[in-house]
Design a protein around this ligand. Structure first.
Ligand SMILES: [Zn+2]
Length: 840
C-alpha cells in the first residue's frame, strides 16, 4: 500500500506535473510532527521549495530566519564572494551541544592532533560537513538545502533529537553564491507560467558563461587544494577548524542521467588515499541506496566519477582523515524537462538531494564510532609514517622572487601545514635558497600526507583515464626551487602567521631607477609606471652597477626628461614599490659593467591597452583565468570584448588582443581577416592552446604540427572509450628548456621551466634555434599522465611561437600559462608577450 502510494506520487510528478499542489510534504518525512514556531521556507521567501529557483539573497534570508528561530542552529558569515555575497555556515546540533560547542570542537580536533589521549569515542559527536551546489547551475542541492535546514530545525521526536545529540552538522547552503544567483536569474526569468518541458526551450540553454562558475568563471570544485579563491578560503578554514568525518558535495549531471553517489571507479582512486576510506564510502553508500529505493529513484555508483584529484570537494577530505562523498543528480536545469527517464521535474531532483542529505546523517549516526576511530587511526598512522625515511624536511623558494614564494607559503598556511623561516642563506644541489625568499617544511607533522599530495611528482598510474588533471605538483606550478633535507638544521623559527609582503625604494636619485623583472608583481609596477606616462625602458642584456647584478628584462626609469620632476618621480616610484611589493634601486651613474644605461640595448616601453575575446565560442574557464590575473593580481584593465559584437569594434584602440581557447571551431574567416589587418598596423595578437591550429588555418601564422597517426588495430568496440580516453592529456606538467635572452623569458632565472598542458597540439620547432626560445626537452614528462604516443610527439616540440606581420606580431602558446589561478610560475610569460612584444 505504501509503495503504491509512492508510485502514484511519482507518476503525478513525472507526468503532467502541476506546481499548485507542491508543498513541503512532498519532500519531508510525514510520520513525525514539526515545530510550528519554526518558519517554513515559503513563509520567508514567498514561494514553495522547487516552485522557483531560489536566489542566493533569499537563501540567505531564510537561513538567517532559521538561525533566529531555532536553538539548534547557529550561523556565521565567513567572508564574502567577489560579488560581495556572504559565505554562510550553519552549525546545527542539539541545543545542549551548542552550550559547549567549542569544547566539542577542541576534543574533536584533538583526535587528529595526538589521537585525543583518553577521549572516549562512545560519547563524542561525529562532525558532518554538508555542502551544496558548488556549480551554480546545478541548483537542486541548494534548493534542497531550504527543506533540509527546515527539517533539522523543526522536526520533533526522539529520532531527530538522538541524531542532533550525536552529530554536529556544518551546513554550507551555497558553495558558490555568485554562480547560484546568476543561474537562478536565468531559470526564473525564462520560466513559463504553463511549465514547458520541451528541451529546446530557452529555459534550458543558459547564455555564456553560465552559472556553473564563480565571478571570474572559475570551476570552484577544483580549488580545494590550491585555495586561491575567496569562497575556498572560507571553506578550507572551516574544514581545518572542524576536521569533519564526512563531507558531502551535492552536484548535478546530464539531464538523461539518474543519480550517482560515491564510491566511483575503483581503479581511479588516488594511491595516497587509504583503502579503508573507500570501504567506508561504500558502507555509507548503502544508506543512500536504501533511501533512494524507498522513493523509487534510480541511481548508480562505482562508475564514471573518480576520486583522484585532491582539489575536488569529494576527494579533498580523503587526504585529511575524513570521507568525501560526491552526489550527482540528473539535472532538470529549469523547472521541468523531458528526459530519457521520463519528464524530470525540478522538485524531483530536489527530493533526491534531500533524501541523500538525510541518509548521510543517518549513516553518520550509525557509523559514528567507526568514523571517529578511523580518523584517529589515520592521524596516528601518519605520525608513524612521517617519522620513517631519511628525509626530514623540504626547503623551497625563489632567491629572486619573494612574492611568489610568499603566495606558495600562503597555501601551506591555509592548509594548516607547519613551516619555518630559513635561518641563513644556503646553496643546495646547485640552487640558492635565500633567507626571506625561502621556507622549510618539516615532514614530521599532522598533515604529512597532505604535504606529500602537494609536493610529489607522479608519473606512473594504474588507470590511464582521468576525470580531471593527473598532476598538480604545487612547487612546479609555482616554478620554485625545492629540495629534500636530511635534517631541520637550516630551519629558523616556525612561522605562526606570514607577515605581509613589503616593497621599498631606498633613496632618491637624480639619474635613474632600476628594478629587476623577476618579482611576481613587477608587471603590476610597470603597468602603473606606463599608465602614469613615466618613460621606462627594458634591458635586453644583463649588466652590473654599483655592486649589484641586473638580469635580462631589468626595467630602467631615467630621472631626466620626464613630466614629473625629480622629487615627484621619487614619491611616485616609492608608492609603486610599496603597492607592487618590489624593490626599486636608485643609481647615480649610467656607466655599468655590461650595457650602459644609455645603450640602444634598452628598448622603450609603451603604455598597453589590452583586450580579451570572450563570449559564445570561447572557453570561459580560460578567459576567466586571464581576466582574473589582470584584474586581481596586476591591477591592469582588460577590456572583455564579446564575440557577439567583436565585428563592430574598432581594434585600433588596443595594443594587444588575447584570444583564449575556442575549441575546434576557432576563429571565423571574418574575424581572422579583421585581426590580420589590425596586426599589420602594429597590434599584438596572443592566442592560446588550440588557437595555434586556428591561426595557422586562417593564415595568421605559419606553423607545422606533428600529427597523431595512431590507429586502433586490436581494439574492440567495448574498449573504444578507454582507448580514446587514454589519448587525452587531461592536464600534466612538462619541462621546457628556455632561452633566457629572449624577451618572452625575461624575469626567469633558471633555464628550465615547468609548463602545464592539457592539449594535444604539437608545434614543430623552427629551423633557426633562436626562434625556439621555449622548447620541450628530450625527456619532458615531470608529473602526470600522457600516453606514450603523445609523449613522443611532445619531445622537442615547441609550446610557444612568435611571428612578425607588418608592424605587429602574432604570438601563440599551446599551453595554459594561467591555469586555475595557482600556476604562478608561468603567469609572467603572458605579461612578457604584452610588455615586450615590440622587442621580439
Ligand atoms: Zn558539478
Amino acid at each position: 500500500m505504501k509503495n503504491l502510494l509512492f508510485v502514484t506520487v511519482l507518476l503525478l510528478l513525472q507526468i503532467g506535473f502541476s506546481q499548485d499542489s507542491l508543498d513541503l510534504s512532498y519532500y519531508l518525512p510525514q510520520d513525525i510532527s514539526y515545530d510550528q514556531s519554526i518558519p517554513t521556507p515559503k513563509e520567508i521567501i514567498g514561494h514553495e521549495v522547487g516552485e522557483w529557483h531560489v536566489t542566493h539573497d533569499k537563501l540567505v534570508f531564510y537561513m538567517q530566519a532559521l538561525a533566529e528561530a531555532s536553538d539548534r542552529i547557529s550561523i556565521e558569515n565567513r567572508g564574502e564572494t567577489f560579488e560581495g555575497r556572504p559565505l554562510l555556515l550553519l552549525i546545527i546540533t542539539a541545543p545542549e551541544n551548542h552550550q559547549d560547542i567549542d569544547k566539542i570542537r577542541q576534543d574533536h580536533i584533538a583526535l587528529s592532533e595526538n589521537g585525543g589521549g583518553t577521549l572516549n569515542l562512545d560519547t563524542m559527536p561525529i562532525v558532518v560537513y554538508q555542502g551544496f551546489s558548488i556549480h551554480g547551475n546545478e541548483p537542486s542541492g541548494s534548493n534542497a538545502g531550504l527543506a533540509y535546514a527546515y527539517y533539522l530545525a523543526a522536526a520533533q521526536g526522539s529520532q531527530i533529537e538522538g541524531l542532533l545529540e550525536n552529530t554536529v552538522i556544518l551546513m554550507d547552503p551555497s558553495f558558490n553564491p555568485d554562480g547560484l544567483q546568476r543561474f537562478a536569474y536565468w531559470a526564473n526569468s525564462n520560466k513559463s507560467h504553463n511549465l514547458n518541458s520541451d528541451s529546446n526551450d530557452r529555459e534550458f540553454h543558459e547564455v555564456w558563461p553560465g552559472g556553473r562558475t564563480n565571478h571570474y568563471w572559475f570551476d570552484m570544485n577544483r580549488d580545494w587544494l590550491p585555495v586561491q579563491l575567496p569562497e575556498s578560503r572560507a571553506r578550507i578554514a572551516s574544514f581545518h577548524k572542524w576536521m569533519p568525518n564526512i563531507l558531502t558535495d551535492h552536484h548535478e549531471m546530464g539531464t538523461n542521467s539518474t543519480f550517482f553517489f560515491q564510491p566511483g571507479e575503483p581503479t581511479r582512486v588516488h594511491p595516497l588515499t587509504p583503502k579503508m576510506n573507500q570501504e567506508l564510502t561504500a558502507e555509507i553508500g548503502t544508506y543512500h541506496a536504501k533511501a533512494l529505493d524507498s522513493i523509487g529513484s534510480l541511481y548508480y555508483s562505482e562508475e564514471d566519477y573518480d576520486d583522484f584529484y585532491y582539489g575536488k570537494g569529494s576527494t579533498f577530505p580523503d587526504i585529511n582523515g575524513g570521507v568525501g562523498i560526491l552526489f550527482e543528480q540528473g539535472s532538470s536545469r529549469g523547472h521541468l524537462q523531458e528526459s530519457e527517464n521520463g519528464i524530470l521535474s525540478f522538485p524531483f531532483t530536489i527530493r533526491n538531494q534531500l533524501v541523500t542529505a538525510l541518509s548521510t546523517v543517518k549513516a553518520a549516526q550509525a557509523m559514528r564510532v567507526k568514523m571517529l576511530d578511523y580518523q584517529r587511526k589515520f592521524f596516528t598512522d601518519m605520525g608513524i609514517e612521517s617519522a620513517i625515511g631519511r628525509d626530514k624536511a623540504l626547503v623551497f623558494g625563489d632567491s629572486k622572487d619573494a612574492a611568489k614564494t610568499w603566495h606558495f607559503a600562503e597555501i601551506l598556511q591555509r592548509q594548516k601545514i607547519k613551516f619555518h623561516h630559513l635561518s641563513k642563506d644556503v646553496r643546495l644541489n646547485g640552487k640558492d635558497y635565500k633567507k626571506g625568499y625561502s621556507y622549510v617544511v618539516p615532514k614530521i607533522q599532522k598533515n604529512y600526507r597532505l604535504i606529500k599530495a602537494m609536493f610529489e611528482k607522479r608519473t606512473s598510474f594504474i588507470d590511464s583515464i582521468f576525470y580531471d588533471v593527473s598532476a598538480w605538483t604545487l612547487p612546479l606550478a609555482f616554478n620554485l626551487d625545492y629540495t629534500e633535507l636530511r635534517s631541520l638544521g637550516i630551519a629558523g623559527e616556525e612561522v605562526s602567521e606570514l607577515s605581509p609582503l613589503t616593497g621599498s625604494l631606498d633613496a632618491q636619485s637624480d639619474y635613474a631607477y632600476l628594478f629587476e623583472w623577476n618579482e611576481y608583481y613587477s608587471p603590476k609596477a610597470l603597468n602603473q609606471i606606463a599608465n602614469k606616462g613615466v618613460r621606462a625602458k627594458v634591458a635586453k642584456a644583463p649588466f652590473s652597477l654599483e655592486g649589484k647584478e641586473y638580469g635580462y628584462g631589468t626595467i630602467m626609469i631615467p630621472v631626466q626628461q620626464q613630466e614629473l620632476d625629480t622629487a615627484e618621480l621619487y614619491e611616485f616610484l616609492k608608492e609603486v614599490a610599496l603597492e607592487s611589493k618590489i624593490e626599486i634601486t636608485g643609481v647615480s651613474t649610467g656607466l655599468t659593467k655590461g650595457i650602459d644605461l644609455g645603450s640602444n640595448d634598452f628598448d622603450p616601453i609603451k603604455k598597453q591597452k589590452v583586450a580579451l575575446l570572450v563570449g559564445e565560442g570561447v572557453r570561459s574557464y580560460d578567459a576567466g583565468e586571464i581576466w582574473h590575473v589582470f584584474d586581481t593580481r596586476y591591477d591592469m584593465n582588460i577590456t572583455k570584448i564579446d564575440t557577439e559584437y567583436f565585428d563592430s569594434v574598432d581594434l585600433n584602440e588596443y595594443t594587444d588582443l588575447i584570444v583564449p581557447s575556442m575549441g575546434k571551431d576557432g576563429l571565423s574567416k571574418k574575424q581572422s581577416e579583421k585581426l590580420k589587418a589590425w596586426v599589420k598596423q602594429g597590434g599584438t595578437l596572443i592566442g592560446y592552446r588550440d588557437m595555434a591550429e586556428s591561426f595557422e588555418k586562417n593564415g595568421l601564422m605559419e606553423l607545422k604540427f606533428k600529427k597523431d597517426t595512431l590507429t586502433a588495430k586490436t581494439i574492440t568496440f567495448g574498449q573504444k572509450k578507454d582507448f580514446e580516453g587514454a589519448q587525452v592529456t587531461g592536464g600534466a606538467i612538462f619541462e621546457a628548456k628556455i632561452d633566457l635572452s629572449h624577451p618572452i623569458n625575461y624575469g626567469y632565472k633558471n633555464d628550465r621551466l615547468p609548463l602545464f598542458r592539457n592539449t594535444n597540439v604539437y608545434i614543430e620547432p623552427d629551423k633557426d634555434s633562436y626562434n625556439n626560445p621555449i622548447q620541450y626537452t628530450d625527456s619532458p614528462l615531470m608529473s602526470g599522465y600522457i600516453s606514450e604516443e603523445n609523449l613522443d610527439m611532445l619531445k622537442n616540440s615547441v609550446p610557444f611561437q612568435v611571428q612578425r606581420s607588418g608592424k605587429g606580431r602574432v604570438v601563440v602558446f599551446t599551453d595554459n600559462t594561467n591555469f586555475r589561478a595557482f600556476w604562478y610560475g608561468t603567469n609572467k610569460l603572458l605579461m612578457n608577450a604584452i610588455f615586450f612584444g615590440d622587442s621580439m
